[in-house]
Design a protein. Sequence first.
Length: 170
Amino acid sequence: MRVAIAVVAIAVALSALVLWFHFATRPPNEAATIANFYAHRAGYDELREMLLADNDLVRVADWGVQTSDSAVSQVPPQGKFPAARYRTYMSLLTEIGAKGAFRTHEARPEIGVQVWVSGFAGDTRHVNVCWREEEPTNQVASLDEFYRTPKPRKSVYRHIEGNWYIWADW
């Protein structure tokens, strides 16, 4: 009897683990990502303004800040990045439910807010809400349809409105 109970308990635990892994490794659906964007639009706009103003910033997340003059990330007050500014970033990212934010260092930078990430090492997948000055050429009409295409896939954008897009490499 005890062996049967132990076997059932192990089977239930393994089933729960498999279900958790299955759903945790799936990107959020397009509608949920867009709904979150509209629900937190002011936060996204504020992050965009901050990221455009912080020219030396490369990326920011709960693990710290990476700037163009630092090869490693540092959690303020370590490094030169202002601790108060870092706390403002963290507050906005928490409000949005995002993992981090970044900016590219091109003449027309792309601003990104990382809303989902899953994977390990070279097999990591991402979903970012991005702001771009120029319209990307690799757009899809539906991310949900894109997710059903065969792998390997190239990264794509899904237009939200104005200069805002969802970028996915899943």
